[in-house]
Design a protein around this ligand. Structure first.
Ligand SMILES: [Zn+2]
Length: 462
């Protein structure tokens, strides 16, 4: 809201109410969505690390999210259900469970409270009734709408040019009084039975997407709470409308003290042009975590990749970038497995490195700098191994790589071999084929096999 980094002051000392917009469960999460959930996981872990008790609430959008932000087009759930030949209810359960599996694989902590929109219809209806009683609504033939002209500060989060929108958007408006008005409750289309619809004081239908988040956040976190998160794509419409309707209902109290948004993941056009996968969920073809896993990537390598960028900056995804992150993560894993053998209970922390790490985390979650502090620790020959390991375990409370459970039996590829593989990749890039072949022989001599795949070399113990 302030476009600046502000000190965090909780409403209740020592406690944080945290609401994060969840997935619309009509398809798998794409890796761009997952980048946002990784950022939110780091936020939650960081707050816990600094001593706060966090109450983390996440919704499951299982009804009402229409194809178009302009309150038109079909409900994404019904479209997905038709595609799959299933009921929307079955579809929601399937993709919610798939999403939870992604979270587990990425070692993202599940929210303390999961709330499904379809389990909170009475709360949503009650909120629309409050808005109606206060004169913020009007009814059209297809639904009940919020009248955004009743607010002086509509669009304050996105800093919208409301007058400009007014002038520019006549065509998409339909019957709406202002282009920035939005549906609170949509009526089921005449003569069509939906498998998700409810009675309401206005007629049979279903809630709008925005009212879901307002109603559930109010229900679980109250009329004022600390932090609301989401992706930057939520700012101009979804979060703008959440604020408008909630603050209208509660009497203009500032609803949320801090808004934090994760930036986009941008898919770089593949260097070889072989893999033209779009990020948009409306296409059938988009990158999922399961796809990365099929390609042989450890999901935690994707977590590592995401931490190489600051959450407020766009991050460019490419296979070579992911390979670099996977190599770094492998080296990290190798160090951990080596150091673990020298672990000692009560080993002192490496204070200077740990302090640098904490400073980075506390500075608006600067994870690239936090990772630099981690590598600074690993490279510091003056720090005893037992202290290194103890400090890495302490850092992992924020990083969430689950260092304590790195399995020795998986046996990370030794750093020496990883270095040879990287050198060979560089040799191939510069077309030094003879040198590349020499390096391959050295890798084989160390007992490893090497396979070149479309996504980069794969190394395994032979
Ligand atoms: Zn939301």
């Amino acid at each position: 809201m302030t476009r600046s980094v502000d000190p965090f002051v909780p409403i209740m000392p020592g406690q944080v109410g945290l609401y994060a917009c969840g997935l619309t469960v009509y398809n798998y999460a794409h890796i761009g969505n997952l980048r946002t959930y990784i950022f939110e996981d780091i936020l939650r872990r960081a707050l816990t690390f600094f001593g706060y008790q966090v109450n983390h609430v996440m919704n499951v959008t299982d009804v009402g999210h229409l194809i178009s932000d302009a309150d038109e087009g079909e409900d994404k759930m019904l479209l997905g259900a038709r595609r799959m030949g299933q009921l929307a209810w079955e579809l929601a359960e399937f993709y919610w469970q798939a999403f939870r599996q992604d979270l587990r694989h990425l070692n993202i902590l599940e929210p303390h409270i999961w709330c499904k929109a379809t389990d909170h219809i009475p709360q949503q209806i009650a909120l629309v009734q409050t808005l109606e009683a206060k004169g913020f609504t009007y009814t059209l033939e297809d639904g009940v709408y919020f009248d955004s002209s009743k607010l002086d500060d509509y669009g304050k989060l996105a800093r919208l040019d409301v007058a400009g929108l007014q002038a520019g958007a006549r065509i998409e408006m339909g019957q709406k009084r202002q282009p920035t008005d939005f549906a609170l409750w949509k009526f089921s289309p005449l003569g069509q039975q939906r498998d998700m619809e409810w009675d309401s004081p206005w007629g049979v239908g279903f809630p709008g997407w925005h009212i879901e988040c307002s109603a559930m956040a109010l229900h679980y976190l109250g009329e004022q709470f600390d932090i609301h998160c989401g992706g930057v794509d939520h700012i101009p419409v979804h979060h703008t409308n959440e604020i408008a309707q909630t603050e209208s209902a509660t009497g203009q109290k500032p609803w949320v003290n801090y808004w934090l948004h994760g930036e986009f993941l941008i898919i770089a056009p593949d260097e070889s042009g072989k893999d033209e996968i779009k990020m948009s969920k409306s296409k059938d073809n988009f990158l999922t975590l399961a796809y990365l896993e099929e390609q042989g990537y450890d999901p935690l390598a994707y977590r590592y990749f995401c931490l190489t960028g600051h959450y407020r900056s766009p991050l460019t995804f490419s296979w070579s970038g992911l390979d670099a992150a996977a190599n770094a993560f492998n080296r990290f894993k190798h160090h951990i497995l080596e150091l673990r053998g020298q672990a000692q209970a009560n080993a002192p922390l490496a204070e200077a490195h740990f302090y640098a790490f904490q400073q980075a985390v506390a500075d608006d979650l600067n994870m690239p700098r936090a990772l630099a502090a981690l590598w600074g620790l690993l490279r510091d020959a003056a720090v005893p191994s037992s202290s290194k390991y103890a400090t890495l375990l302490a850092m992992d409370a924020v990083l969430g790589f689950d260092v304590a459970n790195f399995a020795a039996h998986e046996e990370a590829v030794p750093a020496e071999v990883v270095a040879l593989v990287e050198e060979r990749a560089a040799a191939r890039q510069s077309r030094s084929w003879g040198r590349a072949d020499e390096l391959r022989q050295q890798i084989i001599a160390l007992g490893y096999s090497l396979e070149d795949t479309p996504t980069g070399p794969k190394v395994k113990r032979a």
